[in-house]
Design a protein around this ligand. Structure first.
Ligand code: FES
Length: 138
């Protein structure tokens, strides 16, 4: 995809089988308001949900180990910094210092064994610059 006026296309994320029920999340890179950020997708009650990996209390990444967002009972998304708890189904804060905040959702779809996410105005694909270097060898 080129240019910012193109209609957002689904971005392939991972195979469905990579997301076990209440298991490890798939972590991926996005541009949030033009700046690099991390996001994650996990399966909860059979449905894939995705959010920007950014706590509503302080804008830090929340996983206590890469891809581990759920508490030990696998019921809540927990921020490892100060323990804010979020409802995995909708990202709403349910306890701790996030108060009435919520996680920033990312639209996802699951089709034919493939999970994809959908860019929005705020959240765009992270595109690596693949232009060849123009430097010539000495
Ligand atoms: S930064 Fe997440 S609870 Fe404080």
């Amino acid at each position: 995809m080129t240019g910012s006026s193109a209609t957002p296309e689904p971005q392939p994320l991972c195979e469905s089988s990579a997301l076990a029920e209440r298991g490890l999340a798939h972590v991926f890179d996005v541009l949030l308001w033009g700046a690099p950020a991390r996001a994650f997708a996990l399966r909860f009650d059979g449905r894939v949900v995705a959010y920007v990996n950014r706590c509503a209390h302080v804008p830090v990444e929340m996983d206590w180990q890469p891809g581990r967002f759920l508490d030990l009972d696998r019921r809540w998304i927990i921020c490892s910094m100060h323990g804010a708890a979020y409802e995995p189904a909708d990202g709403r804060c349910v306890g701790g210092p996030c108060e009435r905040g919520r996680l920033m959702p990312i639209a996802v779809a699951e089709q034919e064994g493939q999970v994809s996410w959908y860019p929005s105005e705020q959240i765009r694909p992270f595109v690596f610059d693949e232009r060849p270097t123009t430097e010539s060898p000495p």
